[in-house]
Write a protein that binds this ligand. Sequence first.
Ligand SMILES: Cc1cc2nc3c(=O)[nH]c(=O)nc-3n(C[C@H](O)[C@H](O)[C@H](O)COP(=O)(O)OP(=O)(O)OC[C@H]3O[C@@H](n4cnc5c(N)ncnc54)[C@H](O)[C@@H]3O)c2cc1C
Length: 597
Amino acid sequence: MTNSIEEVANQAFDYVIVGGGTAGLTLAARLTEDPTNKVLVLEAGPENLNDPAILTPAPPGLTMNNPKYAWPFKTVPQPGLGGREMPMQRGRMLGGSSGLNFLLWNKPPAGDIDDWEKLGNPGWNWERFQKYAKKMEGFHPSGPEAQELHRQKTIISSHGLDGPVKTMFPKWVCDVQNPIEDSIRAAGIPLAKDPFGGDPVGTYMGTGSVDHRTAARSYSVPAYYVPNKGRSNLTVLCGAIVHRILFASFVGGGEIEASGVEFEHGDVKHVVDARKEVILCAGALKTPQILELSGIGDKKVLEPLGIETKLYLPGVGANMQEHLFCVAIFELGPNVEFGTFDDLHNKDFAAKELKEYAHHQGIHTTFLTGLTFVPPQFITRTQSEAVELIASQKAKVEAAIAAGTLPPGLKEQWMLQIERYEQAKSGSCEVITFPGFFGGVGEPGKKYVTIAGNLNSMFSRGSVHITSHNLMDDPAMDPRYFEEHFDLKLFAELMRFVRRIPDHEPLKGLIAKEVFPGPSVSTDEQIQEFIKKHSNTTWHTISTAAMLPRDQNGVVDGNLRVYGTKNVRVADLSVVPLHVAAHTQREAAADIVMGKA
Ligand SMILES: Cc1cc2nc3c(=O)[nH]c(=O)nc-3n(C[C@H](O)[C@H](O)[C@H](O)COP(=O)(O)OP(=O)(O)OC[C@H]3O[C@@H](n4cnc5c(N)ncnc54)[C@H](O)[C@@H]3O)c2cc1C
């Protein structure tokens, strides 16, 4: 049981954490290791403790359109998607999006993280990232037989073994997995050398945030809240929606000092005091809203709404970066006998699998398994195509720099992206496999395999800004997908590659036909239209309160402190300054707050 409003309203805590999601609960657990820190977490959503819909790993995504678990956000109409509004679900419960996500646990290339340091953030490099990633990870390796059978590349030194977030390779692996990997290799992709040690370029089997002892989702609730909920210095209130930060006064150097926050609980507004700090962990789509409603942001956004600009920081809500994915679906031939997720539509198979899961076995224990991360040079039809595509984007970037038309900070980010592309260093093009018909239902009795293309280093930048005083009105989420045409052109090449994988044996011999998008989509123009219509966010939004120098539209410094404030920090994904080739669940903030990092 979490705490009651009586234990919170009009009380004072050392640290008030806004948002009890992935980052918020992690930070609260670490800060309360010091018994002298009195910490409050305010979470908008419900507890949802011990809920099988959250804990059962597969099939993925069953809770994400249910208001009991998710914020039903969507973008404003996107010109780059033909006017489509993109659903942008996020976890709205204790655990946040770590309770809603697809459980994939992987790590980016070392160079992607080192780029954060190059952008003006000393110490934010691969070495530190890996130190904290290992601290949070409790990896359980499979036995030698499973490692060999399922090609689970296991380099123990690249994993953390004792951390609270339990990770493992899948117990249940579909028999289509090895043929897919062989066909990807036949298409010219190498095996990844050290996927969890900073070198994931190539193809490999991914791990998931699943506890091997229970075959249940390991997320920030069992990892960080449950083991620590008895601490007398930790208070967690659910159903508490924070509206704004309250400021006491200006202090030395023109900085403002937060005194606490105003929040709503059961339709009643309350105030709670922060003796030391207010730390925002409301996620990349809500943190900028709270900053703006508190008078921190761009005058051009705040003044038309009659909000006094207490702190002019035009980077709030700007520099939004996304990942996108799009799928191709293939029907498996009639002779295929192995099970896929499609078989869950068969009552007998479904009943058998439920029994299996009661013994921590079977299809419900699994997650997305096959991963490939490569630069464009590996996936375009010819090498020169990739080289020309990158060269033309470089020329465009250089022209924009020469014309002085870029917003502050973008030049530095784009030049690093160009370098990644030119040196073929990163995993900007990702391929994920799913044994079944993803996102819908195929023909009864048939089996499918889905292969997704994910784009991880887009040049387009969007924004998240308030359009009203009311926190209950979602901010305008505008990723401006494909504003940079390079992103769409590269995505089309990636989808061509995805669709070529089944041209190679052994997958070729298992596939009957491509059903989505199907043979009517073949020209560059048709593929681009298909992507505009059917691509999906990968729910990895970052950089809406970016950790960058202040004159480069930065919102927080390298200690995650909001510029111009004495005691407000942001510790969620909003601070990440440049996107990486990886999925985004992840710890470092507590040691920074306590000055130990
Ligand atoms: C559907 C989906 C699938 C994903 N799949 C994967 C995957 O397979 N692998 C992977 O690595 N990553 C995945 N991700 C991404 C990953 O889960 C997120 O990047 C990560 O969890 C974000 O953490 P966060 O702390 O920034 O935000 P969150 O975990 O979303 O936490 C924000 C919290 O703040 C609360 N909040 C918001 N506003 C307020 C307010 N005003 N007052 C109080 N509380 C508030 C929210 O309710 C929420 O609990 C996925 C995400 C989604 C949504």
